[in-house]
Each structure stands twice: as C-alpha cells, then as structure tokens.
Ligand binder design. Structure first.
Ligand SMILES: [Zn+2]
Length: 228
C-alpha cells in the first residue's frame, strides 16, 4: 500500500501553509472489520486530499474517544480532555512552523463533539485556523440505518485495502445508542446495522470518492477564504 502520509524530508516542508491531519480510533468494528478501520479511512482520505490540494499529509492519530465500545476486547478510549490537550500541542507545533490552515479529517463519530469544541476554540484565538471535517456526513443519506460497522463502512474498508469478503451481521440501533447507551447495549456483535451485510468494493469506491469530493470542496472553500 502507498504511504499514508507525506514522505519528504524537512527541507521540502519549509514554507508549508496548509496541512491535513487525519484522526481515527482503535475500536471494535463488529465481527468482520479491523479495529483500525476509522484510522485507515481517515489516513487514506487525508493523503488523497493533501495530494489534490497541494498540502502536507500528516500521520494519523490512531486512538480516539471511544468509551462507547469499551465492552469489546482491545478497544482503547482516550479521555476527551486528554485528547483535546494532546491535540493542542500538535496544533501549537504546526502553528509555530507557519501552518496557516490545518484540515482535520476525522474518521470516528465519537471524536466529533470534542473536535468541534477543541478546534473551534483554537481557531478563534486568531492564529492558525482549523477546519474539522467529518467525511461520513457526505454519505449519511445513502447509508440509511447504518450507525457503525455495517455495509457502507465494510465496503469503504474493502476498497481501501483492495480486498473483498468482509461479511458480518449487525443489529438495528435504538434511541440512545452512542449517547447514553453503550454499543454492547445496542448490539451483541458490535455492528449497528439492520441485518447481515457483505462488503461491495464498487459501493466502497463510490462512497470514498463522494467523501473525498466533499473534503476537497470544503478545503478549497476555506483556503480561498483565507487567501491561501
Ligand atoms: Zn468506524
């Protein structure tokens, strides 16, 4: 697989004004998908976005805010306060080196609320601006009842990894899943999806390209607004 972040040495990083930071999670993704699914998707989209807009692609932050999945083996959950504090150190480092716009490509729904608060607070100080993007928003209508680790996510993972045959079974969500109900209280398999599913690489490619197009549109809009 191609590298998921920029591989140039530091001299070519000098003068970089726009950078893309993917953030993911290490959490259960049902009985079929790897724990790294969100990180893989975010890193791949970030790399492709960076090459389209001429930005530096940073390495993915592989852990996220995943308390909802902690009933399943090996999921790692970062406290939202620690997560934001860690990110602020990343932000401050990039700002010091002259980055004017940081685009955060977020692959995990559980990160959305803390990232919204954390990136907005940092941006409004008036230095480096941060655009937080949640690519799954661009395909939410198409995914219907899939909340986590269903056919759509399996298909995107299959497309990125160049393999097929992710087969799993989910259970439909109910009010409260991911807010006041843990995943295990909503689904025994960890997948919240109405029934059985199998990955479809063509569907995955289409969803991926829709998400990438959405990211590019939002990134270019922010760059134009900031004169970058
Ligand atoms: Zn996921």
């Amino acid at each position: 697989m191609e590298a998921l972040h920029s591989l140039e040495p530091w001299p070519s990083m000098r003068g970089a004004r726009v950078a893309v930071l993917p953030v993911g999670s290490w959490e259960q993704h049902g009985e079929a998908l790897p724990l790294s699914t969100d990180s893989l998707v975010a890193a791949s989209l970030a790399r492709d976005l960076a090459s389209r807009i001429g930005a530096v692609a940073l390495p993915v932050l592989p852990y996220g805010v995943s308390p909802e999945h902690m009933d399943f083996p090996l999921t790692v959950a970062i406290d939202p306060v620690h997560y934001c504090l860690f990110l602020r150190d990343v932000f401050a480092s990039l700002e010091r080196h002259g980055v004017r716009l940081l685009i955060v490509v977020n692959g995990h729904g559980g990160n959305v609320a803390v990232l919204d608060a954390c990136t907005r607070e940092y941006s409004l100080r008036g230095g480096m601006r941060i655009l937080h993007l949640w690519p799954w928003e661009a395909v939410a209508g198409e995914l219907g009842g899939e909340m986590h680790a269903g056919r759509g996510e399996a298909s995107v993972a299959a497309y990125i990894l160049g393999r097929s045959g992710f087969k799993g079974r989910g259970e439909p969500g109910r009010p409260g899943c991911f807010s006041y109900l843990r995943t295990a209280e909503c689904s025994g398999t960890g997948s919240i999806y109405p029934g059985e599913y199998e990955s479809d690489v063509e569907l995955g490619e289409r969803l991926y390209n829709t998400m990438l197009g959405y990211l590019e549109e939002k990134a270019r809009e922010a760059m134009a607004g900031l004169g970058l």
